[in-house]
Design a protein around this ligand. Sequence first.
Ligand code: ADP
Ligand code: MG
Length: 400
Amino acid sequence: MKILIQKFGGTSVSTPERRRLVVEKVIKARNDGYSTVIVVSAMGRKGEPYATDTLLSLLSNSFKENNLLVTDLLMCCGEIISSVVMCEELVNSNVKSVPLTGGQAGIITDDTFGNAALKRVDTENILKLLNEGIVPVVTGFQGITPDGYFTTLGRGGSDVTAAILGAALKAEKVEIYTDVDGIMTADPRIVKDAALIKKISYNEVFQFADQGAKVIHPRAVEIAMSASVTLAIKNTMNDCEGTLIGSFAENSVVNIITGITHLDNRLQIKIGQKENIDNKNYHSVLEILARNSISIDLINVFPHEQIFTVDSKNKKFVDEIMKQLDLKYDFTENCSKIAIIGSGMRGIPGVMARILKAIYAEDIEVFQTADSHTTIWCLVESKNAQKCINALHKEFKLGS
Ligand code: ADP
Ligand code: MG
């Protein structure tokens, strides 16, 4: 049996017209000889009646924070509605179909409500349906604990469901359908002439996803990579070939830079040694923050100061810790971390210099930089992020 996983995101299942396009994709896959498993997200985006954020607004923030088990059950409702509605659409087109919750699809997780980790996948139920020629419509983003509580896999988790099923069912391919043609050289909402990337390695796409490109969940990339399942990102609204993700050799890379993405809501923190001269906590602050589960990045340590960034949602907590440690510090809010990604930059001199020159030409100040073999990061004020991304996109001639 040739198995194909087809995952449809929130915008792809939001209207009857779009759901009919979904049915066409499913029928085409079946005509091509695939046994297909559908994974759906909740219908629509924030503000629409059955979208996850709309459901979440039914509960107060304080209740949600203290009742993660209950919140997960509420969050699961969006995908359940979506799978039922999609099932009717398929049945109306004479495609036999059964909606399945995460648990019915055999996705067994631990009880970390809100961000559950996979324990195992029991594939019997899905395989039985596939053997009978029935299309399972699996609710994305959810699982079940061994004792029967509904869990969710973290925001954007429908991609993760698709990858989990792809790996467990040894699918030939996992197709992620969304509202853009595939992975582009930059978010097409930010860069008008962003170009489609036709082929990309798991490693590079993981960088994209991890550094803010919403188009696929980083964990889905990791799961697909470790199971060697090919991923494809496609547009529900057209027949564009999309982006193919696999273990492509990096020597096939032709450009220095593959693309640019960014993460907003970064808070830069500077701790000077002079201001904290007799404070023994100065040298252990990074370790103490890590022990408090605050993830830090862009870390630069100099003899006279330490600089790093955190997610701004941690601002209050970081402030409390600094007060407890009696450390004086400065911070800059509203920063964005621009990630310039490309395995082609490995061993090429002068890439950082070229990036900085292009940013300075726009009169944008760079607060911090960092680099690895395949990514260069620049921290800028969020109000300059779009201008900065467009300047770099142009500098490296990434446009279509
Ligand atoms: P879905 O609801 O289908 O899961 P998402 O909103 O999660 O869709 O992801 C698709 C969005 O990702 C696009 O609408 C696009 O604005 C955004 N995006 C960000 N970076 C990129 C990129 N490099 N390539 C393509 N899309 C991107
Ligand atoms: Mg998504």
